[in-house]
Design a protein around this ligand. Structure first.
Ligand code: ASP
Length: 312
């Protein structure tokens, strides 16, 4: 028997206490707690890590505060294009979708790719057509529209900048973050899931690290990892798998491996963070940015944190 644990993130970046209102902070914490409860309810009852991470990510996708599903940012041409991936450590199976539109919960479609196709990654129209065949819930443009996201796009276009949702221009009134979850269940089974709207003002067709297995998402029987931050650098650093490789080949514990991965990310110029769990119920949530929306749930309880000064 292992110690079950669930860890989540809601994006990393320039998140400053000085620029956050009490109300907005409460809303973020409530969103993180709801996601932790959704996943922990499953683990507590002896359910699988795969179900737990899917459920936690669905909860965050449905919350317009976070940059995934409903709260996805806009591309340069004013559309929402989403990426998502899920991976099951014990079976080494993964499913991912990239640059998809009009799907309410991309993470559910990623799981269907894993379980109902011979493939790992489906993109764009092909992924959406597969979703329609599988009867996944669709959503129209109005569902994905939030005024804050539109304002962010207009600012980014005016400045000629492609920006991380939680990037260089922090404001408490603006939503932050890609979402992800990692879990270890009572049987020691590991799973990881990540979902995102990507970067504001990104080019049509740009795909980030989230659906690239090994870059933004990875799980095997060593550990499960979900990343958030400037995706191009996580692709170049193969960051999610880098944690696994350090554990496997250097024989270092989870927290050291994950810290080294973030140090390497800094060396290559990337910003962001990751969450990771191993098969013994250890977890770690390192980042090199000002803050990361994050939290965990285990038998000791549920805890959330946002800024860098917190230990969690
Ligand atoms: N990693 C995501 C991407 O580059 C963005 C994020 O984590 O905020 O698409």
């Amino acid at each position: 028997m292992s110690r079950p644990v669930l860890a989540i993130h809601g994006g990393a970046g320039t998140i400053l206490r000085s620029q956050m209102t009490t109300e907005l902070e409460s809303e973020y914490r409530a969103g993180l707690e709801a996601a932790l409860r959704a996943g922990w309810d499953i683990l507590e009852k002896g359910g699988s890590s795969l179900d737990a991470v899917e459920s936690a990510v669905c909860s965050l996708e449905d919350n317009p505060l976070f940059n995934a599903g409903r709260g996805s940012v806009f591309t340069h041409d004013g559309k929402n294009e989403m990426d998502a991936a899920i991976m099951h450590g014990s079976t080494l199976r993964a499913g991912a979708v990239a640059a998809i539109r009009g799907i309410k919960n991309p993470i559910k479609l990623a799981r269907l790719v894993m379980e109902r196709t011979e493939h790992v990654l489906l993109a764009s129209y092909g992924a959406v057509e597969f979703g329609e065949e599988m009867n996944v819930e669709l959503a129209d443009d109005a569902y994905f529209f939030t005024q804050q996201r539109w304002d962010q796009l207009e600012e980014a276009v005016a400045a000629g900048r492609i920006q991380l949702d939680h990037g260089s221009r922090p404001t408490a009134g603006k939503p932050f973050g890609t979402v992800g979850a990692v879990a270890c269940d009572a049987a020691g089974g590991l799973a990881a899931a990540t979902s995102t709207g990507g970067m504001t003002n990104k080019r049509f067709g740009r795909i980030g690290d989230t659906p690239i297995i090994g870059a933004g998402t990875y799980a095997d029987d060593t550990c499960a990892v979900s990343c958030t931050g400037h995706g191009e650098y996580f692709i170049l650093g193969v960051s999610a798998y880098d944690v696994v490789a350090r554990m496997r080949y250097k024989c270092v514990p989870l927290a050291d491996a994950a810290r080294e991965t973030i140090e390497h990310l800094s060396e290559i110029g990337g910003e962001g963070g990751l969450i990771a769990v191993d098969g013994n119920g250890n977890f770690t949530l390192p980042f090199n940015s000002e803050g990361m929306y994050r939290g965990y749930a285990n038998n000791d309880g549920i805890e959330t944190a946002i800024y860098s000064e917190r230990a969690v």
